[in-house]
Design a protein around this ligand. Structure first.
Ligand SMILES: Nc1ncnc2c1ncn2[C@@H]1O[C@H](COP(=O)(O)OP(=O)(O)O)[C@@H](O)[C@H]1O
Ligand SMILES: [Mg+2]
Length: 372
């Protein structure tokens, strides 16, 4: 298959950031971006590993940066499938950009569509949908910039997060607060720093899991569940998978041993989690792959923290990237995992032998036109 890997490289995001400054903020005092601002960009290492893995499976591969030129580059290369990992940097639709372009151009792509990606990026919208479908999730409220903060009746401890980020951006040890006074202070700080509303959630103090799943419809499969243990974090650290835990305390040189896959669970707990993940992915219209973060409440009920329909797929096992970790436990090495995602997406788009035949036909027709 001819695959275009669409990504948001770290370099690409920095260019995007400079452009944004010039276009939108030229007359404003600009604070330097927070240290975690580019946390979601794809490293050269990941981009190369993905392309190399597809090549090793016999695919023809090109890379496409999800920038202004992406529509032209995709239109020109017209791949059989776009493998989308591009997360973008600005706006509610930043993760939906490549799917929107692909739909416009009539190109098949892997993963969820624009609506699912946009909704799942926004934790408030996601939780509203989960609640509507009676899927347990922590009680919450949101606070917008300049809105009066009223925390009356809110139970503490609580956790304060930017409403639309990922990769633990904006979720530091200090995001967990024990009282209304600290909460107010933190809300103001986070709104200023991340330039968006914040979501305040009641703190779930049970065990945490992250659950990878792939497939569609009846072929939807939950991969081995990963548990996250906080025993290895510094003793005074909050029991959350914070930015520090994800990127500072856990490095390939000194990996934190906080994951267990498959997690120790009774068969009842496992089924409860799997059912929650299936239902969650179904109501949000997830396609092909997703990772769902789950935490038990004090009664042992799995609550959904959030969905990651564009899950990280870092290649090095020491990077502790959870989707590849779950796939590995299920017996898929990195190239096998990527190839399976492409197969799942191809099946959904109805691509297979038929398209091979069509392409061979097209090539034959071109040849005969040329020879006339
Ligand atoms: N309501 C909550 N109760 C307890 N811990 C939470 C809650 N929300 C988030 N966390 C902790 O913060 C981490 C990051 O939050 P999450 O919503 O998954 O954001 P991100 O999109 O950055 O991964 C979670 O993995 C979990 O450890
Ligand atoms: Mg998460």
């Amino acid at each position: 298959m001819r695959i275009a890997v669409a990504y948001s490289s770290k370099k690409g995001l920095q260019k995007e950031y400079r452009k944004h400054l010039e276009e939108f903020l030229f007359d404003q005092e600009e604070e330097p971006p927070p240290s975690d601002f580019f946390a979601e960009g794809d490293s050269e290492c990941t981009i190369n590993a993905v392309m190399e893995a597809f090549r090793s499976k016999g695919h023809t591969v090109c890379g496409v940066e999800a920038d202004d030129e992406a529509p032209v580059n995709l239109a020109r290369s017209r791949p059989d499938m776009v493998f989308n990992i591009a997360e973008g940097l600005f706006g509610d639709f930043r993760e939906s950009y490549i799917p929107m372009v692909c739909e416009r151009l009539g190109l098949p792509y892997s993963g969820s569509g624009p609506l699912t990606l946009a909704v799942c990026l926004n934790k408030e919208r996601t939780k509203e949908i989960l609640s509507y479908h009676s899927i347990p999730n922590a009680r919450f409220m949101t606070v917008s910039p300049n809105e009066k903060i009223n925390l009356d009746g809110f139970k503490f401890p609580a956790i304060i997060k930017p409403v639309a980020e990922g990769s633990s951006k904006g979720i530091f040890d200090d995001s967990v607060v024990d009282d209304a006074r600290t909460a107010k202070k933190r809300i103001v700080e986070k709104i200023r720093k991340y330039r968006q509303p914040v979501i305040v959630e009641e703190f779930l103090d049970g065990r945490e899991f992250t659950v990878a799943a792939w497939g569609n419809g009846t072929g939807f499969e939950v991969l081995p569940i990963i548990s996250i243990s906080y025993d290895e974090l510094p003793s005074n650290a909050r029991k959350i998978y914070s930015y520090e835990a994800k990127w500072v305390w856990d490095t390939p040189e000194k990996p934190l041993d906080i994951f267990k896959c498959p997690a120790d669970l009774t068969s009842k707990e496992k089924k409860l989690i799997e059912d929650t993940v299936r239902k969650t992915c179904a109501v949000l219209g997830v396609k092909d792959l997703c990772r769902v973060d789950i935490r038990f409440d004090s009664k042992g009920v799995p609550n959904v923290l959030e969905l990651n329909p564009l899950p990280g797929i870092l290649p090095n096992p020491d990077d502790n990237s959870c989707f590849p970790k779950a796939a590995r436990t299920a017996g898929y090495n990195y190239p096998d995992m990527l190839d399976n995602i492409i197969r799942i997406a191809a099946k959904r788009w109805g691509i297979g032998k038929e398209s091979e035949n069509r392409r061979t036909g097209e090539r034959a027709a071109k040849k005969s036109r040329k020879s006339k």
